[in-house]
Design a protein around this ligand. Sequence first.
Ligand code: R5P
Length: 256
Amino acid sequence: MRLETPVGGRAVILACTLNDPDPKIAPLVFAAATARELGATQVGLVAPYLAYMRQDTRFRDGESITSAHFASLISHHVDWLVTVDPHLHRRASLDEIYTIPSVAVHAAPLLAEWIAANVRAPILIGPDRESAQWVSDVANRAGLPWLVLDKVRRGDREVSISLPDPERIRGMTPVLVDDMISTAGTMIAAAGHMAAGALPSPVCVGVHAVFSGSAYADLCNAGVARIATCNTIGHVSNQIDVSGLVAEAAAGLLRR
Ligand code: R5P
């Protein structure tokens, strides 16, 4: 690890999105420690996608609650954090695990804008109850109807989702909205219901394009009309640019 630009007396921002995090963690920690050692006045981290957040409980005996351990590691090495829509399910805010100042930027206004500009007569659908928080926010901003389904996850790739009431959707374009698309199992199951109910193919909108393994191809082959994600993780499906909001949040923390 070598910092090629002198950092003494300067604020340093490390920009590192944390999908596929393990190979990124050692370089990140070394860069932060080196910047501090070489006299940086502060070291901030901009991680548009924040790793490990879904592991917020011990789902099976012996499992590590990696979201909390990762939070203490990062809190030790940097002075502040900016991220975008971290997966907050069993926790109300990042402050429950991160001990440094942090800002969670919300992509909802940008998702609302994109949907309003790109989809005819949209109805927003969240795949599970926990998605109600962001689906309702996006829908209310654009003045659109919304509903959520029930999801039971049986394994990493196996999910079952309740059937939506086709009468609520008929004549509209279903827009599946989720905070992340990982295996795409959730969106594929929901898309299957649209096809079974002879409803229009859904538009899939996700904040984070995690897309593990063949997930993107699987979703493209599942009869969906369009897939759009934010550029928190660089991916061919990126349509929604969050960089302005992220930069504003980082500037706010720099000034503190
Ligand atoms: C779940 O809690 C999340 O909000 C997403 O629904 C989930 O992470 C999507 O994962 P996958 O694409 O693997 O179904």
